[in-house]
Design a protein around this ligand. Structure first.
Ligand SMILES: [Zn+2]
Length: 458
């Protein structure tokens, strides 16, 4: 079996691994590199393989850093099948359409600027036509735990990774032994989704390392902070903004708000889910309650539930979104993008950031260089749409909302898989080193840190 690491090697984005085994060339994921121009330029580079030669893609989940280069793969000649769970197929199509829309918008902005310099700009990485051709190649797998044959020697099984709705760890059964790819592994006790399934035995393990160097804070602390932000802002007539990713985090925030509301701990307010992508993703969640954990299934079995309760409103159109800031105060506004790099949250920040009775509650990681990170780091003033805005609002950051396994969960998972070979992927440099030494000490396994474009034989 030959493995080539084509992305998410020594970094957390661009997940893509080529597996050559038993006459097949398979890709595990085909994600976008994200976070800064240098990394994003990697997306335009030729793949270290010919897309026409790839037989199939096994997709772990719908996040763009795992699925975001699929339309590009199709544009460059791939015509095989894309296997993933049914919710992943549905959500991935929404995410890819949104990504194509952004690619086209950014390319036309670059083109306008380039024309003024008498130059030409790069075309979009892909457009809606590529997404539509890609969407035809999805082959949804309706159940976890069922072996599906790719040829007479190779089958694959998807296991619940407990990371986001429909996420999977991919087991590849071959004549050369079993390979297990964790995809992104979830945290324990996350709202809505199940805990990660125990892994099958694996000869070769490719495991994500995002939080391989730390243990998470408990969810109870997070809920306390969450409640503190609401109780400080809402009764005083301020607006509380929650910048959120559209997929999974937005639904988890609604879940926690609903729990407060049912326990009569939510002050009188209106809650707006102000993101078309988060609204469409929420609709997919509603269609797949079978993928929820037991608690989630019982909460969603009746109405009201976290996606349908009195204070909650879905604002689909731009006009509805604009109305929010004209309306009375005391609103909780959930909008994207999660790191305040674009989207409707920018308008809400411009309206609210300079009010001392407003608040911003961050529920996700804020990467270096983003507006979200500048606010979290205590900037007194930020530039929004060319205007300097004072930061007078109160800022909270909660760290307990995590849809990634921490070190103890990852170590447990490796222990249970009893692998002969461990490859660490999807982590930043310092984390990878710390995680590798912990695996050596605790499990007496010598892990290999995957390098970008490196090929290994096992
Ligand atoms: Zn993910």
């Amino acid at each position: 079996m030959r493995i080539t690491f084509c992305g998410a090697a020594e970094t957390v984005t661009g997940s893509c691994h080529l597996i050559e085994v038993d006459g097949l060339r398979l890709l595990l994921d085909c994600g976008l590199f994200q976070g800064g121009h240098q990394r994003e330029d990697l997306n335009r580079k030729p793949f270290p393989f010919d897309p026409k030669d790839i037989d199939a893609v096994l997709l772990s989940h719908a996040h763009l850093d795992h699925a975001g280069r699929l339309p590009l793969l199709v544009q460059r000649g791939f015509s095989g099948e894309i296997h993933c769970t049914t919710p992943t197929a549905e959500i991935a199509k929404l995410m890819l359409a949104d990504s194509a829309h952004l690619q086209v918008e950014e390319a036309s902005y670059r083109a306008r600027k380039a024309r003024r310099r008498g130059e030409t700009a790069e075309p979009p990485l892909y457009d809606m036509a590529d997404v539509l051709r890609c969407a035809e190649l999805f082959r949804p797998v309706p159940h976890y735990g069922k072996a599906i044959r790719l040829n007479d020697r190779v089958s694959f099984v998807l296991h619940d990774a407990g990371h986001i709705l429909g996420s999977a760890a991919v087991e590849l059964q071959t004549s050369n032994g079993n390979l297990l790819f964790s995809g992104d592994l979830g945290n324990r006790h996350q709202p809505i989704v199940r805990d990660p399934s125990p892994p099958p035995q694996a000869d070769v393990l490719l495991i994500e390392s995002t939080y391989g160097d730390r243990a998470h804070r408990s969810m109870e602390d997070t809920v306390t902070e969450f409640k503190d932000a609401i109780d400080t802002i809402i009764p005083n007539g301020g607006n509380l903004l929650i910048p959120s990713f559209a997929l999974e985090r937005a639904q988890e925030v609604l879940y926690e708000l609903f729990i407060l509301w049912t326990n009569k701990k939510l002050p009188r307010c209106r809650i707006f889910l102000d993101s078309p992508l988060a609204i469409s993703t929420t609709r997919v969640f509603e269609r797949y309650p079978g993928y929820f954990d037991a608690e989630g299934q019982s909460i969603f079995a009746t109405r009201p539930n976290p996606f349908d309760f009195t204070p909650l409103r879905f604002t689909q159109t731009t006009d509805e979104s604009k109305e929010i800031n004209k309306a009375s105060k005391g609103n909780i506004i959930i909008a994207g993008s999660g790191m305040c790099t674009g989207g409707r949250i920018i308008h809400h920040l411009r309206h609210n950031l300079w009010h001392k009775n407003s608040g911003v509650l961050f529920v996700g990681y804020q990467a270096v260089g983003t507006l979200g990170r500048r606010i979290v780091e205590g900037a007194r003033q930020v530039r929004i749409f060319g205007e300097e805005i004072n930061v007078a609002a109160t800022i909270w950051t909660t760290n307990g909302f995590s849809s990634h396994a921490d070190q103890p969960i990852l170590l447990d998972w490796i222990r249970q898989a009893e692998p002969k070979h461990v490859f660490l992927v999807h982590g930043e440099d310092d984390t990878l080193d710390a995680f590798a030494s912990r695996i050596r000490e605790d499990l007496s396994i010598e892990p290999h840190i995957a390098r970008l474009r490196e090929t290994v034989e096992v």
